[in-house]
Every structure is written in structure tokens, then in C-alpha cells.
Write a protein that binds this ligand. Structure first.
Ligand code: NAD
Length: 254
């Protein structure tokens, strides 16, 4: 038996058009799943994710939507189930990052961050669980961050850090609500990872510092997030729920 196989499973991945979400979507297909790929636009990155999945011999569809809109998620899951089959796996990766000093941050900047990074995860989990709970079968992984555990030295992102701390506790809370109905909910907290998020101007100068501050001496590649996601979704993690799996090259130890 291959404990880590996702053969014959149907997954949805939000934020599948770029970075960690894109690589995880392809990785789930490599582990045997068919994948509904959800992002703000179906062109560009999301189309490329679907092509990469199809190249593995698995099915995929691109779904356009915004994680802050409940109706977009409901429609996406209906479409995923109609085209691919019963949904039992989900990875919620959609997120944004930016920075501003706390004392100057406009309410709109704070609110948008919380809407996408925290409420978006809640709405995604809610829509996914509404498909999974009646069948008493499902596994959901939310992408949090080590920023939900530590404060990144030199980066003024109170809204981001707060949203990610919320994702970790939201995950534990949902895990407990659904623990007796067949749906496991876990999170992954990546450390500094090489994605477009880390090419934004605010962090360009800090890349060398990120590497120096990380005990393993480098940033993660997106490939290194696949194993943790496959593990938590698979039968190998059948007794794991409410876990936050920290994938940070040792960062939070120091
Ligand atoms: N890159 C890192 O170092 C790092 C570290 C820890 C955690 N994370 C988290 O990992 C996740 C993915 O980050 P990434 O670095 O791959 O970023 P990314 O910018 O490469 O990808 C994020 C994706 O989310 C999508 N998205 C944004 N808002 C959306 C919305 N409202 N609805 C639907 N899709 C939306 C974007 O279009 C994009 O395709 C985020 O939650 C991020 O906070 C990243």
C-alpha cells in the first residue's frame, strides 16, 4: 500500500496560479489526484498550472474566482464536482503580502489583508466542508506562515502576521468542529520561500538576510512544500488533525 498516494481523489487548490499553490497543485497530480485549480484569473499562471498537470497524465480544470466571495467558491466546487467527481481534498493557498508601519497603515490595507488571508481561508474551508461533510470524507490543508508564530525581523506587516496567526487557530478550531464527521483540517506554516511574493519591492533588499536568518542557510523552493501537503492530505496523516506543520528550515527554533 502506498500511504502517500492520492490516486482517484479529487482536489481543489486555491491560489493555484502562482508560487506555492501552483507547485502544490501539480504535486497533488503527481501523487495521483485530479485537480480543480482556482485563482483570480484563468489565463496566465492558472492556464500554465492546468497544462503542467495535464502533462502528468491527470485531469485538471481552471476555475476563476475570488476567495473573498462565497458565491465564487460555491460555484467553483459545484463545477469541480460536476467535471471531476466528488471533492475530498483541498489546499487553500490564496494569499497576499505587503508592508507598512502599523501606526500609518490605512484601515483599507488592514481590512483587505484580513479579508483575503483570513476570511478567504474561512470561506474556502466552509465551502469545501459543505461538499465533504455529508460524505464524511475529506482532508483540508490551509497555508498559514511562520509569520503566524514569529514576527519577521525588519518587516512591518502587522496585518499579515495577524492574519496568519488567525489561520493557524482557525485551522485548529475547524479541526475540532469536524473531528467526528470525517473531515481533517491541518495547516502548513512555510518559512521564507522563493515565489513571486518574495520579489515584491519591500523585501528585495532582505533576501540575503532571510537566508542568513534561516538555520538551513537558504530559502525554501516551492518543490519543498509538496511533500508536506501530500503527507497531510494522504492516508499517511490519518491521525493528524489540527496540526500546524512548520516547514521553515528551522527558523522558529532560533
Ligand atoms: N512565499 C513565501 O515566502 C511564503 C511564506 C509563508 C507563507 N506563504 C503563503 O503561501 C501562500 C502562497 O504564497 P505565494 O508566495 O505562493 O504567493 P503568490 O503571490 O506567488 O501566489 C498567490 C496566489 O494567490 C492568488 N490570490 C490572491 N488573492 C486572491 C483572491 N482574493 N482570490 C483567489 N486567489 C487569490 C494570486 O492570484 C496568486 O496566484 C500565501 O498564503 C502566502 O501567505 C508564502
Amino acid at each position: 500500500m502506498n500511504l502517500f498516494s492520492l490516486e482517484d481523489k479529487v482536489a481543489i487548490v486555491t491560489g493555484a496560479g502562482s508560487g506555492i499553490g501552483q507547485r502544490i497543485a501539480v504535486g497533488l497530480a503527481e501523487a495521483g489526484a485530479t485537480v480543480a485549480c482556482f485563482d483570480l484569473e484563468t489565463s496566465g499562471g492558472l492556464a500554465s498550472t492546468v497544462e503542467r498537470i495535464e502533462a502528468t497524465g491527470r485531469n485538471a480544470i481552471a476555475l476563476r474566482g475570488d476567495v473573498t466571495r462565497r458565491e465564487d467558491l460555491t460555484e467553483a466546487i459545484e463545477s469541480a464536482e460536476k467535471n471531476l467527481g466528488a471533492l475530498s481534498l483541498a489546499v487553500n493557498c490564496a494569499g497576499i503580502a505587503n508592508a507598512a508601519p502599523a501606526e500609518e497603515m490605512p484601515l483599507s490595507q488592514w481590512q483587505k489583508m484580513l479579508d483575503i488571508n483570513l476570511t478567504g481561508i474561512f470561506l474556502s474551508c466552509q465551502a469545501e466542508a459543505n461538499a465533504m461533510l455529508p460524505r464524511r470524507q475529506g482532508s483540508i490543508v490551509n497555508i498559514a506562515s511562520m509569520s503566524g508564530i514569529i514576527v519577521n525581523r525588519g518587516i512591518q506587516q502587522i496585518h499579515y502576521n495577524t492574519s496568519k496567526a488567525g489561520v493557524i487557530h482557525l485551522t485548529k478550531s475547524l479541526a475540532m468542529e469536524w473531528c467526528d464527521r470525517g473531515v481533517r483540517v491541518n495547516s502548513i506554516s512555510p518559512g521564507y520561500t522563493l515565489t513571486p511574493m518574495n520579489t515584491r519591492p519591500e523585501v528585495a533588499e532582505q533576501r540575503k538576510q532571510f537566508e542568513a536568518d534561516t538555520p538551513l542557510g537558504r530559502m525554501a523552493t516551492v518543490d519543498e512544500l509538496v511533500g508536506p501537503a501530500v503527507f497531510l492530505l494522504s492516508a499517511a496523516a490519518s491521525f493528524c488533525t489540527g496540526v500546524d506543520l512548520v516547514v521553515d528550515g528551522g527558523f522558529v527554533c532560533w
